[in-house]
Design a protein around this ligand. Structure first.
Ligand code: PLP
Length: 387
């Protein structure tokens, strides 16, 4: 047989999958591994999809998505992000934030172009960049700096091949939220070096303690070089619906629309109607879920910092804690695998997110308080045993 595409076979599988696979077949497992809300999608959103199907909205839509959803996205961004985008040619509906990221990379990069990401970062960035024959260039971000980009780190990563900075705030896996000063620094560098910024804000509604969210496209000179990637997945407990949006300059969005025809034609039609309801309907479910996450975050952080040899920062957003395990003397993979075998608790080794994640593990607190407490009783036992 002739060889399969080396473009694909050379790509490493996502490391995080290994932990899911290992947990299969074990009983009574407590999971902190999953990056999605455990809440059900709010009923009004489900009803909107049902209604759409009953009214015959079961056909293809325009490549860029239905106009009423693009209008809802435009209004939402004007109101929440304080940025204006024309629903006709500056907004594109995508299959979750994931396809938005993929399309952005596809449209922006040529083979060999460098895309700057933080290390640690969302593990899928690496594979997506490589699938596009571009090169991920990592900038280490440190716990002591709240896991945020620094000017020095970013400048050191720049080369003549730099094409884009991929900025994710709030961050998966660290929960860091880039403050306005950091975002202005990134914008300055992007403008100075003629770079694009892919601004991944899929966790933007999940920010706690009155930390302000600031969209980089608000800065003069940035709208024309920013592609915003967002989705309803995390905020509205809609991960399985697969609806996201890209907002950006007309030339970029029009190429995305062109490619969508060849890729997927369009996003699932009833799901697009559900997303309109998510953005324009009552927001009380979002408020309720955020309150729950905030409380769970407090409980998890308290439990971690009360266990000898474990520590963590208070994450400012998303629903992850990046727990420092360096004092246990185990690598992040050893910690994760031994904990799973010994106590049936599954979490993500930090090195899944980049080399700088070594010495950390990621836990998601998008799970019940009972699970958090039971999981940490087990983690406490494990850490006592191994140290
Ligand atoms: N961006 C980040 C940082 C994520 O963590 C995720 C999902 O985990 C996504 C994008 C993709 O989200 P979705 O495709 O479900 O909208």
């Amino acid at each position: 047989m002739k060889e399969l595409s080396s473009k694909i076979t050379n790509i490493e599988p996502a490391k995080i999958r290994k932990m899911y696979d290992m947990a299969q077949g074990l009983d009574n497992v407590i999971s902190f591994v999953i990056g999605e809300p455990e809440f059900d999608t709010p009923q009004n959103i489900i009803n909107a999809a049902k209604k759409a199907m009953d009214h015959g909205h079961t056909h293809y839509t325009p490549n860029s998505g239905i106009l009423p959803l693009r209008e809802a996205v435009s209004a939402h961004f004007k109101n929440f992000d304080k940025v204006s985008y024309n629903p006709l040619d500056e907004i594109m509906i995508t299959v979750g934030g994931m396809q938005g990221l993929y399309l952005s990379l596809l449209v922006l990069t040529n083979p060999g172009d460098e895309v700057i990401v933080s290390d640690p970062c969302y593990t899928n960035y690496y594979g997506m960049i490589e699938m596009n024959h571009a090169v991920p260039v990592t900038v280490p971000v440190y716990e002591e700096e709240g896991f945020n980009f620094t000017e020095k780190g970013l400048r050191e990563a720049l080369t003549p091949k730099s094409k884009a900075i991929l900025l994710n705030t709030p961050s998966n896996p660290t929960g860091a939220v880039a403050d306005r000063e950091t975002i202005e620094m990134i914008a300055r560098i992007a403008i100075e070096h003629d770079l694009y910024v892919i601004f991944d804000e899929v966790y933007k509604h999940l920010i706690y303690d009155d930390e302000a969210f600031f969209n980089i496209a608000r800065i003069p000179g940035m709208k024309e070089r920013t592609i915003i990637v967002d989705s309803v997945s995390k905020s509205y407990a809609m991960t399985g619906w697969r609806v996201g949006f890209c907002l950006g300059p007309e030339p970029v969005i029009s190429h995305m629309q062109k490619i969508q025809e060849f890729m997927l034609s369009c996003v699932n039609t009833p799901a697009q109607y559900a997303a309109i309801e998510a953005l324009t309907g009552p927001q009380d479910a979002l408020t309720y879920m955020n309150e729950q996450y905030k409380e769970r975050r407090r409980i998890m952080v308290d439990r971690i910092n009360s266990i000898d040899k474990l520590s963590c920062l208070m994450p400012k957003g998303a629903f992850y804690v990046f727990m420092n395990i360096k004092e246990t003397g185990l690598t992040s993979e050893e910690f994760a695998i031994e904990l799973l075998k010994d106590q049936h608790v599954v979490l993500s080794p930090g090195d899944c997110f980049g080399a700088m994640g070594e010495g950390y593990v990621r836990l998601s607190y998008a799970t019940s308080v009972e699970n958090i407490n039971e999981g940490f009783d087990r983690i406490e036992k494990f850490v006592k045993k191994v140290s």
